[in-house]
Design a protein around this ligand. Sequence first.
Ligand code: PLP
Length: 369
Amino acid sequence: MAIPSFDLTRQWEQIGAEIEAALRPVMAKGHFIMGENVSALEAEIAQYCSAKYGIGVANGSDALFLALRALGVGVGDEVIVPTFTFFATAGAVARTGAKPVFVDIDPNTYNIDPADVAARVTERTKAIIPVHLYGQPAEMDAITEIARKHSLAVVEDGAQAIGATYQGRAVGSLGDIACLSFFPTKNLGCFGDGGMVLTNNEELAEKLRVLRVHGAKPKYYHSVLGINSRLDELQAAILRVKLPYLESWTERRRRIAELYREGLADIPGIQLPVEMPGCRHVYHQFTIRVGKRDALQQALKEAGIGTAVYYPVPLHLQKVFDHLGYKPGDLPQAEQACAEVLSLPMFPELCDEEVAEVCRQIAEFINKV
Ligand SMILES: Cc1ncc(COP(=O)(O)O)c(C=O)c1O
């Protein structure tokens, strides 16, 4: 049985007709940039995430960059980020001219370690970017406390965690600004690139609206240096069809996670994801930890099962950041996670039998080695 790590064609079978119907009027009208679907989606996502304002942008990476720019982050500033995340989290910091300061992770949740955050605050620190990795919120109470103490901004990287909650509060409403990605494989994905910035602060929202259109207000009058970063009307129309399904898709992801937990419970040497009390994990990924990771991945591949390693190299050891002077061993928890994590197939349309087969193949591998 071939089981992909991710498959969008199954979702298309389910809602393709509805999406086609939503796209036709947009194409007939010929209004593709900053139209009514973008405005409506901004309001709908903001409401879903308990934020006041949503600002559609071209992708999640730009969402982070623009959030930092709106906060005034630039050359000479430092921004604290986890080293164990997708490149965009730190790339956005570097694009502003500021310096990313890398922090280690909690080995149980893979999220930023608040104690390490506290240890790395300096006079130049302007902001902290907690990433809600794999769909589980970071320890926001501890992070918020550090931010308050040192007057720092908090930018949530919620690219992997739309719909997640922390102590009953929605991801997207837990910091000064939050960033979402609608990359096709995300829990809420469009048919290309897309992203959104969320905030409760009217002034920041207005800055973001100007920054995404080359810093123009009114049109052709530029008082700040912005970029061209808008969410397409067609993508917004697709996302508006998908958003009402998101809760049921998330519930299915959580059910699949439960099935994995049951199926893998008695297998020695496999560390299952830890769900923190008070958090609703939305399982963008179901990521296990295992000593012989590469061999297991190969065995699963041979059995037709797709898996992925998010992420093989921590950001502090990426070549592009050589000039920052980090070396192997500096952030040991993240480095170890890079060698041991393996994300199993996870998407709402995955069926129970497929989950059972993945568990069976993992058990067979462990019994052999
Ligand atoms: C944690 C994280 N941050 C930022 C991004 C960037 O989003 P995008 O690919 O939409 O630019 C992604 C996803 O790709 C991500 O996983």
